[in-house]
Each structure stands twice: as structure tokens, then as C-alpha cells.
Design a protein around this ligand. Structure first.
Ligand SMILES: Cc1cc2nc3c(=O)[nH]c(=O)nc-3n(C[C@H](O)[C@H](O)[C@H](O)COP(=O)(O)OP(=O)(O)OC[C@H]3O[C@@H](n4cnc5c(N)ncnc54)[C@H](O)[C@@H]3O)c2cc1C
Length: 398
């Protein structure tokens, strides 16, 4: 068995007990099933989308509420949007969530088999709800929990429906999606920060072998894979690939590789340590990057940190250098933004999450908070603020 794969073969029980690093571990027995399941999910989603497009069928969706005024329309069904729906339901508010992908779409897009770094108490809507097989849930356990939470609590979530524009009206907002129009007194943007993957802007970046998203490793076993990036996503992808037998090179700035400060976004130690092990075993190569010059059909032209121009042969390139939120809907409504640690963020009140535009609230990944726990917590303050607005409006109308 090749050294790189030792203890990592599907169905090998030694791998199951070999808790090689904390937090990110493939469970080999389960992986086969998960891999199949993921492909099945993709097919089902694509088939369903096709059928809906052909027939106009809206099964699985909450009926479009086009005439009635909603108290709150929530954009996005990630952890923030689901939490908001749950809090709104408990408060008796008329609400609807509109989600352009699937329930928990960002989690759906995590690498297959990933074990997340947070513990259940940071990920669940109700204490004790999420019960993973190990200390931390896998992508599949987390996704299943979020989907079941929506279904079991009968939350109003329309999936595969994109909000396209929002206008202010005399009594709130007019929201247009690709499937309908809604009126809402308040709006919650819970739309995450995954809309625009960052680009290198080099020739060849649009070639089919280039991906700005890492989903799974198995198509690349025994192939040359190049990962470009210096954060956790790049580190994880390089590790998954090297672990499972791809000829992997990680192209990274030296300062990112040597960064050990979590506050400065270093690669987490439970990713970095096994990456170093893979380096020692020669299952991974590092390339200290100056810049990427060009991507060609069968190679990538890179400049090293000391100015040498090198050509690396490869079959696939993963450019994993972060992503940015789409703030255009928000700014088109007059919401002010400011420079945050990771790019522009909306300006909002820390107690209510209301922006400078009355009735527009924000929560989750594109605010100053980047993780799931604060995304789930924010709606616990937002819904009372929405209710307070409803009372003020009702009092004015009397
Ligand atoms: C690989 C990976 C691992 C991670 N691991 C962890 C972890 O262990 N712990 C942790 O705390 N965080 C983790 N994160 C970060 C975590 O995923 C985010 O903090 C979390 O998803 C934020 O939730 P959210 O609801 O704000 O946004 P999202 O989950 O991104 O949800 C936003 C939703 O809005 C939808 N949307 C966007 N625009 C529109 C539109 N115009 N119309 C309709 N819908 C729209 C999107 O499709 C999306 O489903 C990880 C991230 C990645 C990429």
C-alpha cells in the first residue's frame, strides 16, 4: 500500500480508529455511502430543477404570497436564515424565506466528508438537538440536521428561488424573485458571503480544468493537482487531495504558510500539522509563490518567491483564495457599508442588527461575524426588533 494512503483506505478499520487530527477526519466506512449520496443529491436536485422549469411545478415550495403583506421576508436559508425563520415562527410573525439554492446551501457545498471545526453547541438551533457520531459533525450530519429542522418545524422556506431586486415602497419593500413578487414590511438579508469567489485574473483562469471551489478528491487520484491559496479552504483541499493519492502541490505565499496567528487567519493547526506530515512523506509539495502568471491546458506558469519562472504540469487547478458577498441589493436600497476585516460589510446596530435603512436587517457571514454561532444568535435580537417596528407602525396607523 502506498505510504500516503496507509490507514486511509475505504473500509480499512485501522483508519477508522486512527484519529489522525482533531476536527477534520474522513470516516472511511461512511465515506463510500456519503460519496454516493452526494452524487445522488446532485442528480435529484438537477432533475427537480429541470422538471420545474419544464412544467412550472412549484411542489416543495411554500405558495407564493404575492398579494398579502409579509411582516418579514428573509433572503437566504443558511444557519442565519433558518434561525430567523424559527424565531419568527415562534413569535407568530408572517414570514417567508427565499433561498436561491438548497436548504443550507453553503454547507451543501462544503467538501464531501468534511468534519467541521465547530462543536454541536455552536451549530444547533436548540440545545442538545445535534447529535453527531463523533465530537464534531461531518458536512452530511450538519446538513441533514438543518434540512430536518426546516421540515420538522414546517418552516416557510422556498428553495431554488433567487431574489433579484428590492424596491422601497410607502409601507415597506417590494421584492422580486425569479419566481414571484412579494411585499414585506421588513427585510432580513441572511445571504452569506459565498457569491463571488475571488479570481486571480490571469490568462487561462476560465479553462475547464480550473475550479474556484473544492468539492471532492476522488476524480483526482493519481492526477496532478495544484491548489493555489493560503487559508483553511486551500489547506483542507490540499490535505484531502494528498491524503487520497493525488499528486498535490500547494502554491502558497511563504507568509501564509509561516503564519501561526489564528487572529490573522492562519491555517488551523489541525490542518497544518497533517499537511506537514504529508510534506515529510513526500505526498505533498509546497511551492512558495511570487505570483501566478498563466494557466495553460496542461500546465501552470508560476513565478516563485525569488523571481524564478516555473512551469508545473497539472490536470486540475483549485484557486481557493476566498469569496466575497454580493452587497449590491443592499447598497441599491441605500444601506451604508464600511471596510471590515475581510472586505466591505454593512453598517448596522449591534443590538438590533438593523441597518441605517429602517426595516432592513442583516445577519450572518457577510456582517462582522464569520461563523455559524453568531449567525444563529443574531435573529434572537432581530425578531424582537421586527416586532417592535410592527407595534410602532400599528400605533401610527391607529
Ligand atoms: C468549507 C467550510 C467549512 C466551514 N466550517 C465552519 C465551521 O466549522 N464552523 C463555523 O462556524 N463556520 C464554518 N464555516 C463558515 C460557515 O459556513 C458560515 O459562517 C455560515 O454558512 C454562515 O451562515 P449564513 O446563514 O450567514 O450564510 P450562508 O450559510 O452562506 O447562507 C446564505 C444563503 O443565502 C443564499 N442566497 C444568497 N443570495 C441570495 C439571493 N439573492 N436570493 C436567495 N438566496 C440567496 C445562499 O444560497 C445561501 O444558502 C465554514 C465555511 C466553509 C466554506
Amino acid at each position: 500500500m502506498p505510504a500516503c494512503l496507509r490507514g486511509r483506505v475505504l473500509g480499512d478499520d485501522t483508519a477508522r480508529t486512527e484519529s489522525r487530527y482533531d476536527g477534520y477526519m474522513l470516516v472511511p466506512g461512511k465515506l463510500q455511502a456519503q460519496f454516493g449520496e452526494s452524487q445522488a443529491l446532485n442528480l435529484v436536485a438537477a432533475e427537480r430543477r429541470d422538471r420545474r422549469l419544464k412544467t412550472g411545478d412549484r411542489r416543495g415550495q411554500t405558495a407564493p404570497i404575492t398579494k398579502k403583506m409579509l411582516d418579514l421576508l428573509i433572503i437566504g436559508a443558511g444557519p442565519a436564515g433558518i434561525s430567523a425563520a424559527w424565531e419568527a415562527k415562534k413569535a407568530g410573525i408572517q414570514y417567508l424565506v427565499v433561498e436561491k439554492g438548497l436548504i443550507g446551501n453553503t454547507i451543501y457545498n462544503y467538501p464531501v466528508g468534511l468534519t467541521v471545526f465547530s462543536t454541536p453547541n455552536e451549530l444547533e438551533f436548540r440545545e442538545g438537538d445535534l447529535d453527531p457520531a463523533r465530537e464534531k459533525p461531518t458536512r452530511e450530519e450538519l446538513l441533514s440536521y438543518y434540512v430536518r429542522f426546516v421540515i420538522e418545524n414546517d418552516l416557510n422556506v422556498n428553495t431554488e428561488e433567487t431574489v433579484l431586486s428590492v424596491k422601497r415602497t410607502s409601507d415597506g419593500f417590494q421584492v422580486r424573485s425569479d419566481k414571484g413578487e412579494y411585499s414585506a414590511a421588513s427585510l432580513l438579508f441572511a445571504s452569506g458571503a459565498m457569491d463571488f469567489p475571488r479570481k486571480l485574473d490571469v490568462p487561462g483562469e476560465d479553462l475547464p480544468k480550473v475550479s474556484h471551489h473544492f468539492r471532492e478528491t476522488y476524480p483526482w487520484v493519481r492526477r496532478n493537482a495544484l491548489v493555489i491559496g493560503g487559508g483553511n479552504s486551500a489547506g483542507e483541499a490540499a490535505l484531502f487531495l494528498a491524503d487520497e493519492g493525488a499528486e498535490t502541490t500547494l502554491a502558497i505565499f511563504r507568509e501564509d504558510w509561516e503564519n501561526t496567528d489564528p487572529k490573522q487567519g492562519c491555517i488551523k493547526y489541525w490542518v497544518k500539522n497533517p499537511l506537514e506530515e504529508q510534506l515529510q512523506k513526500r505526498c505533498l509539495k509546497l511551492f512558495f509563490l511570487g505570483k501566478v502568471l498563466e494557466i495553460k491546458e496542461d500546465k501552470v506558469v508560476l513565478e516563485s518567491e525569488d523571481g524564478r519562472v516555473c512551469e508545473l504540469e497539472n490536470d486540475v487547478v483549485f484557486v481557493l483564495i476566498g469569496s466575497d458577498a454580493d452587497l449590491t441589493l443592499l447598497t441599491s436600497l441605500g444601506v451604508e457599508t464600511e471596510e471590515g476585516k475581510h472586505g466591505n460589510v454593512p453598517v448596522y446596530d449591534d443590538d438590533t442588527f438593523e441597518t441605517n435603512v429602517p426595516g432592513i436587517f442583516v445577519a450572518g457571514h457577510f456582517t462582522r461575524h464569520r461563523h455559524i454561532k453568531p449567525a444563529i444568535e443574531a435573529p434572537r435580537k432581530i425578531i424582537p426588533a421586527v416586532q417592535a417596528r410592527m407595534k410602532t407602525t400599528a400605533a401610527k396607523a391607529d
